[in-house]
Design a binder for this molecule. Sequence first.
Ligand SMILES: Cc1cc2nc3c(=O)[nH]c(=O)nc-3n(C[C@H](O)[C@H](O)[C@H](O)COP(=O)(O)OP(=O)(O)OC[C@H]3O[C@@H](n4cnc5c(N)ncnc54)[C@H](O)[C@@H]3O)c2cc1C
Length: 349
Amino acid sequence: MTTAADPQASPIRTDVLIVGAGPVGLFAAFEAAVIGLSCQIVDALGRIGGQCIELYPDKPIYDIPAIASCTARELVERLLAQCKPFDVPIHLEQRVATVEQRDDGRWTVRTGQGLVFDVAAILLAAGNGAFMPQKLALPEAVPLEGRHVHYSVPRLAAFADKVVVVAGGGDSALDWALALREVARRVTLVHRRPGFSAADSSVELMRRAVDAGEMDFVVGAISGLNLADGALRSLTLRTLDGETELEAEHLIALYGLVADLGPIAQWGLTSHGGRIDVDTSNYESSRPGIFAVGDLANYPNKQKLILSGFHEASLALRKAYTYAFPEKKRVHVHSSYDAKLAQKIAATG
Ligand SMILES: Cc1cc2nc3c(=O)[nH]c(=O)nc-3n(C[C@H](O)[C@H](O)[C@H](O)COP(=O)(O)OP(=O)(O)OC[C@H]3O[C@@H](n4cnc5c(N)ncnc54)[C@H](O)[C@@H]3O)c2cc1C
């Protein structure tokens, strides 16, 4: 699978564009290949797996048919292994932005990062929308973004010998605070309460690092950013004892992710409560050729379960097939297919 994107390249032509590399998008890629559709996947995030990886990688899942129990991470690994024989390209950090239907009935889909797709059908498996970092509610943080205020840590080395504050109480905040103490001049973890949602083992490591004087931990809420010559110098913290100032050259706020349907909400698809209305005979939206499956689909008695998304994707792709191959009218999988699939799987191990 490829993950690189070349924004200068000409439009990528494929039968189906799958938006979302969560569990449903990954299974859809397999199903598409099984019925003879080419497809490519895009995801706004930098890694594959949707909610399974972002929200609960180590939680066991018990309701996937024929798998008594596996963690969410293992499920994503298994889904990737299942579509590996078909070498489906996956373009990460590509947020789908606009869609246009051409005179020939095909669609042009553009991502905000410059990729352009020319497709017969679009399968939206976009969950609750693209995950975006929960940002600081401080207007002065906006112009500092990327320079002194950060919502991720792309390169640890960028913080070498700096005074860094990491804000948050989840796994990311604790893991990065612990990692940064190796390179930064000083690291302070700031969290609004003494309890954490991070793994107990990370909390224990953090407390030991604080006891050893390798980093600091402060309970408080960030209420202001103080600048000198356009650069961050300190934070104002509201603590139980009142307001205090904390030196900081860089603030890394890791408050978790929020889902945002974003530009897809402007595509003119009928929706309710941020989810796209579909016809349950084929999971097609109000715009023929655009399908919604998984958590994004809205219909009576919809269950937000991975299992339901798998079923929806399977039916949606059968209708998508009729747009890719209008002359064939319906999917016709030859009896020789199983043998071909077995060969492909054997070839990729
Ligand atoms: C804590 C928790 C536990 C759960 N446990 C279970 C369980 O045990 N069993 C079960 O069946 N279900 C469980 N679920 C529900 C299950 O995770 C969801 O039903 C499932 O993840 C839906 O899959 P999806 O592929 O539709 O969407 P998601 O997993 O949400 O993936 C959608 C992907 O689309 C991407 N995306 C969105 N918008 C765009 C865009 N514009 N451009 C590009 N990419 C975009 C997102 O970045 C994301 O990666 C649980 C959910 C939670 C929160």
